[in-house]
Design a protein around this ligand. Structure first.
Ligand code: SF4
Length: 330
């Protein structure tokens, strides 16, 4: 890793396969930018995925699809460590050790745990309860001092910080580093339904790697201002998801034009969407071209993940030597 950086970032992403616009704006774009100032450790968390994924058949292809998206978006594997969680077995060892300093009540009180129980009461497994402990192990194993988190993940990071303090206090050591939260301004990206957050499971997403034609077809399905029924009805861009997207992908002149012409019914929703689809496709064209080229050599993607895992294991083992000594394991 390079040394002219101001800290080390860790972040984990579930192997959910091809990524969508919400993933890109909410996480991937930030991952790419962080590389300029930080040593970055990006982990594809396949073990975490096991807490909720029952059919593991797609775990492997989904891991590669995610890796392709990350690389095409600008993750630089020569400097950034990108790897698969289960390729570093030390994480499960640290998870076990940290679980001994973790009160059960703290885990079951976490809002995310309660939410998961509500969503799927039939599948409350031990791994699901211990999920934040594994997440803590992920972060501290690589001695990351910065973790980019959105508001919904903040309680998990606070939990990680408390766990580090408990461990260091219990074993009278300072081996583990308390990670700091880097609050990331995550725009809430709505799906094409204009109501729910963009999500693959809700099928309201726009895939980054889709063709321009597929992208345009998805954009044309986007829900607009519900009060604009006829072409002659004036619209309200402030309530329209298409306009929110224009603000992210269109030029200032185009944004101003849509804002003005929508209100006066000077532009119809079809033309407005066509303009957005064109701008989105233009924006994603270099990404898509890189992705096609990367996908031609999947052995190279495998080699990148293998090399990432090798470098991650080196960092992990250094930490574990100190942890085992601090705990007093024989
Ligand atoms: S013209 Fe554009 S901004 Fe206005 S309601 Fe239609 S899609 Fe939305």
């Amino acid at each position: 890793m390079t040394t002219n950086k101001i800290g080390r970032v860790f972040s984990g992403a579930r192997p959910t396969g091809r990524q969508h616009l919400g993933n890109y704006l909410g996480a991937i774009k930030n991952y790419v930018a962080l590389q300029d100032d930080y040593e970055c450790v990006y982990c594809i968390v396949d073990l975490h995925a096991l807490t909720t994924v029952e059919d593991t058949l797609n775990l492997r292809p989904n891991t590669f699809e995610l890796a392709l998206d990350f690389l095409a978006a600008g993750i630089r594997p020569a400097e950034t460590i990108m790897f698969v969680q289960s390729h570093v077995p030390q994480v499960t060892e640290l998870h076990t050790i940290l679980s001994m300093v973790t009160p059960m009540g703290k885990l079951t009180d976490l809002p995310t745990f309660k939410e998961k129980v509500r969503q799927n009461p039939q599948n409350v497994n031990y791994g699901l309860v211990g999920y934040p402990v594994l997440m803590t192990a992920d972060i501290v194993l690589y001695k990351a001092n910065i973790v980019p988190v959105g508001v919904d993940q903040a309680p998990h990071l606070e939990f990680a910080r408390e766990t580090v303090r408990s461990f260091n206090h219990r074993y009278n050591t300072n081996v583990l580093i308390e990670p700091a939260m880097k609050n990331t301004e995550v725009p809430k990206v709505l799906g094409i339904d204009g109501v729910e957050k963009m999500s693959k499971s809700l099928n309201n997403h726009i895939e980054l790697a889709a063709t321009p034609e597929e992208t345009q077809a998805r954009v044309m399905q986007m829900v607009t201002d519900p009060q604009r029924i006829r072409r002659t009805d004036p619209g309200r861009p402030e309530v329209c998801n298409v306009f929110s997207m224009h603000k992210l992908f269109s030029s200032p002149d185009e944004i101003a034009m849509v804002d003005r012409e929508c209100r006066s019914a000077g532009i119809g929703c079809v033309d407005c969407k066509m303009l957005f689809a064109r701008n989105l496709n233009t924006h994603l064209a270099p990404f898509r071209q890189r992705r096609i080229e990367l996908a031609r050599d999947m052995d190279n993607v495998q080699a990148i993940l293998d090399d990432g895992a090798r470098r991650a294991r080196q960092l992990a083992e250094q930490t574990m030597v100190e942890v085992r000594a601090a705990v007093g394991l024989p």
